[in-house]
Design a protein around this ligand. Structure first.
Ligand code: NAD
Length: 415
């Protein structure tokens, strides 16, 4: 999907919610405009002695309800439009979950898998230096997203801290534990997807024991969702990555798959089950489908092949508005991204609070609070969908957008 499309899709979804909320044209303009957008050059010395100039983005969409919050993406397809779309989604997500944050996103078009550790570190440190002026624990707090991880967050935290002359753990979340990271953060997004999938299954009367699950993406999010649902008795019938994956109708051996990938092997070459393409994944008979990779994967071209009862959006913006309409008509329950994958930003919030207080919680406390917040959010969104006779996505957006609009009204217009 072209990145410009992801922005169009996000704005189409926003308009549907704004229309139902009866927001006037001025408020709508205010709500879609970005507070701040920074494009930076990231000159980086590569291992072969060449100088490569990457482009870095950091978009702060809205900070009405608090400091901006959002991940940093390293992926070849990153564009300004895509990062803008993802920043807007973060605003609605944080507001929906009741977190005291606005939305942001950052990224660099690059292929992290083709870069050495040294190249990644130099690029990350220069990018952090270039965006230094607009990030900080009370300003904008980056986190991991596709292609970035705890190590990248550690470099960002260190670079920011060295510039300030003091250690500032709260400038990023998703850090290593030793540097002020939180227990449970790495698994938080996947756990969150699992918690809302459990709620959705209850709603539909679907028994999880033996239920068939297909996932696109076997990274941080996909792997955790697969493990959690498998522990619940589900059969993980298919998993794919960027070049396809594996399928086994009676359930894949997840441990072997995870070990194969951890050893640097390609998912689609792991000798368990049969090989499957991404296109085939979406047509498989299954009960729960979890897109947990890139955006724009469920489109009008494949939505009518989907046979799942529940589609839980681990990824951001995996479903186009056209596909949404088809799925709605066919009775597939779509748990929208801003609800389904909000576990990550929720535990990022826990991490930030712990950093600000220099007081750390147990993993049990974190997981209990996360479960409670995710389950309550699901029920709130479902109740709103029932009340307004709409789908879960529009209902979730209505709650998020309404909160930000109310924040604008209460704060008024400066000066
Ligand atoms: P990751 O980098 O750990 O894993 C990404 C996975 O997607 C890999 O398995 C990769 O092979 C696969 N992939 C990449 N391009 C693909 C393509 N074109 N087709 C099929 N598969 C492809 O990333 P992640 O952290 O697991 O994030 C996955 C999704 O979840 C993203 O959309 C991200 O925005 C969203 N998300 C992540 C978090 C988080 O905390 N990590 C939070 C909220 C949302």
């Amino acid at each position: 999907m072209a990145a410009a499309d992801s922005l169009r899709h996000i704005l189409t979804q926003f308009e549907a919610a704004a229309e139902r909320l009866g927001l006037d044209a001025g408020m709508r303009r205010r709500l879609v405009a970005c507070d701040r957008a920074l494009i930076v050059s990231v000159p980086t010395l590569m291992d072969d002695g060449r100088l490569h100039v990457f482009t870095g983005y950091r978009i702060q969409h809205n900070n009405t309800l608090g400091p901006a919050k959002g991940g940093v993406r390293y992926h070849p397809d990153v564009t300004l439009d895509e990062i803008t779309a993802l920043a807007i989604l973060m605003t609605w997500k944080c507001a929906l979950m009741g977190l005291p944050y606005g939305g942001a996103k950052g990224g660099i078009p690059c292929d992290p898998r083709a870069m050495s550790r040294g190249e990644l570190e130099r690029m990350t440190r220069r990018y952090t230096t270039e965006i230094f002026l607009i990030i900080g624990p009370d300003l904008d707090i980056p986190a991991p997203d596709m292609g970035t991880d705890e190590q990248i967050m550690a470099w960002m935290m260190d670079t920011y801290s060295m510039q300030r002359g003091v250690t500032v753990p709260g400038v990023v979340t998703g850090k290593p534990l030793l540097l002020g990271g939180s227990l449970g953060r790495r698994e938080a997004t996947g756990r969150g997807v699992y918690y809302v999938a459990v709620e959705a299954a209850k709603l539909l009367g679907l028994t999880l024991e033996g239920a068939r699950v297909a996932l696109q993406g076997f990274g941080n999010v996909g792997r955790t969702v697969a493990q959690q649902l498998s522990q619940e008795g589900c059969r993980i019938v298919a998993v794919t990555g960027s070049r396809g994956g594996r399928h086994q109708a009676d359930g894949l051996d997840l441990e072997r798959l995870a070990a194969h990938v951890a050893d640097g092997g390609r998912l689609e070459e792991c000798p368990v089950g049969d090989r499957i393409t991404n296109a085939e994944l979406f047509g498989l008979p299954c009960d729960i489908l979890v897109p947990a990779a890139v955006g724009g994967q469920v489109t009008e071209a494949n939505a009518d092949q989907i046979r799942a009862r529940i589609l839980a959006e681990g990824a951001n913006a995996p479903t186009t508005p056209e596909a949404d309409a088809i799925l709605r008509e066919r009775g597939v329950l779509v748990i929208p991204d801003i609800l389904a994958n909000a576990g990550g930003v929720t535990v990022s919030y826990f991490e930030w609070v712990q950093d600000l207080q220099f007081y750390f919680w147990t993993e049990r406390e974190i997981n209990l609070r996360l479960r409670e917040i995710m389950s309550q959010a699901f029920r709130r969104v479902h109740a709103a969908a029932d009340k307004h006779k709409t789908d879960l996505r529009t209902a979730a957006l209505m709650i998020g957008v309404q909160r930000v609009a109310e924040g604008h009204r209460l704060r008024g217009l400066y000066p």
